[in-house]
Write a new protein. Sequence first.
Length: 231
Amino acid sequence: MPIIERGLRERGSETKRKAAQIVGNLASLTDSQEFVPYLSTLLPLVHVVLVDPVPEARATAAKALGTLIERLGEEQFPDMVPGLLRTLKSDASGVDRQGAAQGLSEVLAGLGMERLEALLPDIVSNAQSPKSTVREGFMSLLIYLPATFGSRFQPHLTKVVGPILAGLSDTEDYVRDAAMKAGRMIITNYSNKAVDLLLPELERGMFDASWRIRVSHTFMMCISSTQCLYN
C-alpha cells in the first residue's frame, strides 16, 4: 500500500495512471474486508488523478472508481455520487468537470441502470441550467454515458437529444463544444436511431434566423451524413 500511495502522489501522469489502475484491480482481487480499511487513504488520491490534465490518467481513475463502487457497494462510498455531482455544478476548472463527468459515468455504470434512470431527470435538467458552467458539466456527462453504457442507454436517447440540440446553439463556446461532442458520440454509438431522432431537428435548424444554430446544425448534419455513409 505505501508503494501504491506513492505512485498516486507522483507528478508523472503515467505513474499515477498505473497506480489508479492497481487500485481498481485490488477491489476485484482482494477480500473486501482486507481492502476497505485503506479506502480512506486511497480514495482522495484517486480523485486527484481523476482531475489530471492527461485524459488517459482521468479515464483510468474513472474506471477505478466504477470498479470500486461496483465491487464494494455504494454504502462504502456514501458521498461518491453527490460529490461528483457537486463538481459538475461547481465553478471548478473545465478539466475538473471533465474528470467528474467521466468518473460519474463509470460510477453509474457500476451501480446499474436503475441508478442512472433515477438520476437522468436531474442530468437533463442541469444540462439546460441557466448557469453555463453547469450546462457544460452535465453536457460533458452526456458525452461519456453512451460509451459507458452502450446499447443499454439507447432507450433514453429521446430524453437527451433535446438538451444536446439546444447546446449546439449555446452562447458559450465551451458549452457548444461539449454539445457537439455529445452529439457525435450519440451518432457514433447509435447511428441509425440517432439519425432518426436528430435529422428532422437538424434540418429545421439549418434555416434558423440565428447564425449559431445554422452553423452548428449544418456541421452536425455533415457528421450524421458521414456516419451513415460509413455504416
